[in-house]
Design a protein around this ligand. Structure first.
Ligand SMILES: *[C@@H]1O[C@H](CO)[C@@H](O)[C@H](O)[C@H]1NC(C)=O
Ligand SMILES: *[C@@H]1O[C@H](CO)[C@@H](O)[C@H](O)[C@H]1NC(C)=O
Ligand SMILES: *[C@@H]1O[C@H](CO)[C@@H](O)[C@H](O)[C@H]1NC(C)=O
Ligand SMILES: *[C@@H]1O[C@H](CO)[C@@H](O)[C@H](O)[C@H]1NC(C)=O
Ligand SMILES: *[C@@H]1O[C@H](CO)[C@@H](O)[C@H](O)[C@H]1NC(C)=O
Length: 372
């Protein structure tokens, strides 16, 4: 009888307990962990409208409690859950300061409370090594050099400012770089490196390049976001042929702009001087070139020589029999030979012929004199 009574009492207590625990307060939903390196923040959501419809009435506020326990301790009878956030109104709880071992496996849980009512726990299993997200490098520096850029990458840091390489010795970086032109990301080149200082060589000189870096860890396929792109211009020494070309170009420009006009001016000056202010003046009578004048001229001698040549050209035209006839005529003719005839090949000609030739000569001489 007593046993039955005790059993009934136990059942009643159990029921009361069950009722109390599984009160009408709903549990937080969308529980998840936001992680970056060794920062772990547990977040959840709570529907405000649930206040009145489900138990947390009036001006009672909903509170949340978040705890954790190493997973292996779940099997023990005595589970010493450690509370990280006790009765907080926030919808998140920061587990960063708990020093969760990076290779450990933990169980995190959260529940809502409102006055005496409590919701069920929502549990989450978490292994930092496997699940925590890897952050980008804590710092990226780009130093420009001649046709190269030097990239200095600082490791991502833990919450205690230690390198993440302590946890991931095989951590490496993917460096992407590209020519910066009108905010376009094109022609990206990339390289993997596990060192912290990398030289990007064989770049174009005097060109803007942008660099961004991503941390990677292959074992758990962890890939961080990219660091903010940093843009730098390369420098470069000017090659010898360019200097030579520049020198030549400047020479040409100097020649065209200075020497050529001065030379032209000099020529012009000389021309003016020669024409209008000659050094030696001809005697006045020599300068007289009026067609009808009988005065001797400078050019007449010159023209006579030419006339002689003309006459030589003319000679073959004269036929021999005629010349013989002319000889006889000359011997008989007392008028003698002209000045013209004695000047050339010793051939005599009659007065008519010499007079005619003489006129042509003077005409030619005048023509030349005028043309000069
Ligand atoms: C919570 O998760 C549900 C789906 O599971 C989604 O529809 C809802 O938008 C999420 N709410 C918040 C605040 O994240
Ligand atoms: C709200 O709380 C105040 C005290 O903090 C109390 O005086 C008041 O009666 C409460 N109102 C309701 C509707 O429960
Ligand atoms: C639910 O409770 C929160 C405080 O926890 C309060 O800010 C909110 O206004 C309440 N919602 C309703 C619908 O009463
Ligand atoms: C980590 O370094 C930053 C600045 O470098 C400093 O503000 C912060 O206090 C440091 N944190 C620790 C835990 O040493
Ligand atoms: C970098 O390494 C990853 C994984 O090892 C590989 O998939 C990728 O092709 C490599 N990239 C370059 C540019 O070498």
């Amino acid at each position: 009888m007593e046993v039955v009574f005790r059993a009934a009492l136990l059942a009643l207590l159990f029921l009361v307990n069950v009722f109390k625990v599984s009160a009408w307060l709903p549990h937080p939903h969308n529980v998840s962990l936001q992680t970056l390196n060794t920062q772990y923040i547990l977040t959840w959501a709570w529907d405000q409208n649930q206040n009145q419809t489900q138990g947390c009435t009036g001006n009672q506020t909903v509170m949340f409690t978040a705890q954790y326990l190493p997973k292996f301790k779940l099997k023990r009878k005595k589970r010493d859950w450690r509370s990280v956030c006790q009765s907080t109104e926030d919808w998140q709880c920061d587990f960063t300061g708990c020093d969760l071992h990076y290779l450990g496996v933990y169980v995190l849980r959260v529940r809502a409370t409102c006055a005496e009512q409590r919701s069920q726990w929502v549990q989450l299993e978490f292994c930092p090594d496997k699940q925590a997200h890897l952050g980008p490098p804590s710092r990226v520096e780009v130093i420009s050099g001649p046709e190269l850029l030097e990239v200095r990458v600082s490791d991502p840091l833990t919450s205690r400012n230690a390198s993440m390489k302590d946890f991931y010795p095989d951590l490496y970086y993917l460096i992407q770089y590209w020519k910066h032109a009108q905010d376009e990301v094109r022609g990206i080149r990339s390289l993997n490196t596990s060192t912290n200082i990398v030289t990007l060589s064989r770049l174009d000189r005097w060109t803007q390049y942008c660099v961004r870096v991503q941390s990677r860890y292959n074992y758990y396929s962890k890939i961080s976001s990219f660091s903010q792109p940093i843009c730098q211009q390369t420098t470069g020494s000017t090659p010898a042929w360019q200097i030579a070309l520049l020198f030549l170009a400047s020479l040409v420009v100097c020649f065209v702009c200075v020497l050529l006009p001065s030379y032209g001016l000099l020529k012009f000056y000389r021309l003016i001087k020669l024409n209008f202010f000659p050094k030696c003046q001809l005697p006045a009578y020599l300068n007289d070139s009026s067609p009808g004048s009988d005065r001797p001229r400078l050019l007449s001698v010159e023209s006579q020589v030419e006339v002689c040549c003309d006459e030589i050209d003319v000679c073959p035209v004269v036929t021999l029999p005629e010349i013989h006839a002319a000889d006889i005529a000359v011997e008989t003719d007392p008028s003698g030979h002209s000045r013209q005839g004695s000047g050339d090949s010793g051939m005599y000609s009659n007065g008519e012929g010499s007079a005619q030739l003489g006129t042509t000569v003077t005409e030619r001489g005048q023509g030349r004199g005028q043309s000069r």
